[in-house]
Design a protein around this ligand. Structure first.
Ligand code: ADP
Ligand code: MG
Length: 562
């Protein structure tokens, strides 16, 4: 403590660069402070510090298995965030002066680098804006931040006296229950489960937090109701969506997309209080949408789209500018390539000519390379075992291909499977559906050299917010990845791609993605870190999003395997 104090005294009012003398570790009351990386000026990205408690007297059962540990670290991350908000005054001069922040967590519970719980210690990683007046050091403010505000937050969030043990217990138990529920889905023959009482709608299109007022709690139709025994929470009942093809029908604004979106996010566990704690889907579920304008590199979409004008083959399809339908076909082919057991499709965000072709168009247009999704959705399940939940408001033809029909009315789901059958018999389609054929697309090899990380004199591969990755001079747009939860995942994906790009190889997409994620499994997320000590702000991404990001690199060169 004295060493920190005297260093601060010595550098007070000097040029900002003198802050780098702070680098090192300091023994403070109850914890060690590590100053890993010092920013160059007050406007640069903030300095990186860690605090590590000298003992861990928290109840070991809170982190006694891998799922609990992730949940408890997530809990502590959010506790630190709140404690910092209470303890830190904030704005103390120029640039980011006065800020102390921990990684911002979304509604998903994820493995992150922000907090590490060990049997003998708890470590939290933070970013600090070292305070300046203009460009000179304000040591008094720095002293207050490092010796008063930070220790207060550490005491409140990470030490026995501050941690609310009851709250923490409920937290890890809820997450453990959700995880258990998701793991049970395959042997229950389900692709998703939505608990009775779940609160699905969100605050707004821009916020993933629960809608506060007027929410109609979810209630399963009798016919779909399933009860599952949970490790902590007793028995939970709710709507089980079986494997196969499930249609979600209903009038506009009756909650169809809200349900589908909850299923898309059901690949992750949610923070208690979210409303979707016990809404789970298969971990490999992929939301599929049209994304016109995206680039496509060497994807085998021949299962969905035959030869294009000019005799262009589609086994090795590339374009810098896909149409609505070809982009959606590519999204499906890529999801199958990396692996999925559940596709989630919403009419709202699909290309009409990809979804359906009615009898008149089948008659009028003879040169149509696209097999509409309606012809593929059954073979996808019957040949490849890939289920689909599809939201449809306008196209009744889908009744012919559905195993189950859920009808949303006033935010309440009903079982309309039998009624759909009657309707089908009374209004048969006059032209038979086409016959589609589903096959696994050919895998691709990606050329590392096609990704150029150079930007001026440096090489960069980093996340910019949650929906952009910067690779050298290219910006990869991820804003249509509806299951990318937070900036920490984007950053982790950027580093995985950066690592691959510095090699001089050609590798399969799956090989790159699963290779990187397996390495993280054995060495930890910290191993993606850029700096000694503090790895930066990272969260674990799914294989599906890592692959999706690779697939959206515009310079990517990939060829299908023979
Ligand atoms: P659809 O896709 O059927 O047109 P949406 O899912 O977009 O409908 O929902 C329409 C509106 O209703 C949205 O503003 C949504 O937040 C809200 N909403 C959805 N489900 C519920 C619910 N259970 N309780 C209250 N409001 C809901
Ligand atoms: Mg909708």
């Amino acid at each position: 403590m004295q060493r920190l104090q005297s260093t601060l005294d010595r550098i007070d009012r000097k040029g900002y660069g003198a802050y780098k003398d702070l680098q090192g570790s300091y023994d403070l009351e109850g914890f060690t402070l590590f100053v890993d990386r010092v920013q160059r000026d007050p406007f640069a990205p903030p300095s990186l510090v860690r605090v590590r408690t000298k003992e861990n007297r928290l109840d070991p059962s809170l982190f006694g298995n891998p799922v609990r540990r992730v949940a408890f670290e997530d809990f502590l991350t959010r506790s630190v965030e709140r404690a910092l908000r209470r303890a830190v005054k904030g704005n103390r001069g120029s640039g980011g002066s006065g800020r102390i922040e921990i990684q911002r967590a979304s509604q998903a519970v994820l493995p992150r680098t922000s907090v590490v719980v060990e049997p003998e210690s708890v470590e939290a990683r933070m970013a600090v804006g070292l305070p300046a007046r203009g460009r000179t050091i304000d040591a008094r403010a720095a002293r207050t931040m490092l010796l008063e505000e930070l220790p207060r937050a550490v005491r409140e969030a990470l030490m026995l006296a501050g941690v609310d043990a009851e709250l923490a217990r409920t937290y890890v138990e809820v997450v453990e229950d959700a995880d258990h529920l998701r793991n049970r889905l395959p042997d229950l023959g389900l692709v998703a489960f939505v608990a009775d009482g779940a609160m699905l709608p969100r605050e707004s299109g821009a916020s993933d937090r629960p809608l506060r007022d007027g929410t109609v709690p979810f209630r399963s139709p009798e016919e779909f109701r399933v009860a599952v025994e949970l490790p902590n929470g007793g028995s939970v009942s709710g709507m089980g969506i079986p494997e196969g093809v499930t249609l979600v029908a209903g009038g506009g604004f009756h909650g169809k997309s809200t349900l589908l979106s909850a299923l898309a996010w059901g690949v992750y566990d949610h923070v208690p209080g979210d409303g979707r704690e016990l809404v789970v889907s298969r971990a490999d579920a992929v939301k599929i949408r049209a994304e016109d304008g995206r680039s496509v590199a060497g994807v085998d979409i021949s299962g969905m789209i035959g030869d294009l004008p000019g005799g262009r083959a589609t086994e090795d399809f590339s374009t810098p500018n896909a149409s609505g339908s070809t982009s959606q076909a590519a999204n499906i082919a890529e999801a199958l390539e990396i692996g999925t057991s559940l596709l989630l499709v919403d009419e709202d965000t699909s290309a009409t000519n990809f979804m359906i072709r009615d009898e008149r168009m089948r008659e009028l247009v003879r040169k149509e390379p696209i097999s509409p999704f309606i012809d593929l959705v059954r073979p996808l399940y019957e040949t490849l075992g890939v289920s689909t939940v599809v939201v449809v408001g306008g196209v009744g033809d889908y009744l012919d291909v559905a195993d189950h029909v859920i009808l949303m009315e006033d935010y309440e789901p009903g079982d309309a499977t039998d009624r759909a059958k009657e309707v089908r018999e009374r209004f048969p389609v006059r032209a038979p559906l086409g016959t589609g054929e589903a096959r696994t697309p050919k895998g691709r090899r990606v050329r590392a050299a096609s990704i150029d990380l150079r930007r001026g004199k440096r090489e960069t591969a980093r996340g910019k917010g949650s929906s952009t990755i910067e690779l050298g001079r290219e910006r990869v747009d991820l804003s249509y990845l509806e299951q990318l939860a937070e900036a920490g995942q984007t950053e982790a994906i950027a580093r995985i791609i950066g690592e691959f790009a510095t090699g001089d190889t050609s590798r399969g997409v799956g090989e790159i993605v699963y290779g990187a994620l397996d390495a993280i499994k054995s060495d930890g997320l910290d191993s993606l870190g850029n700096f000694r000590g503090h790895p930066g702000e990272l969260s674990l991404p799914r294989p599906q999003e890592v692959a999706a990001a690779i697939n959206r690199i515009r310079s990517l060169e990939a060829t299908t395997e023979k």
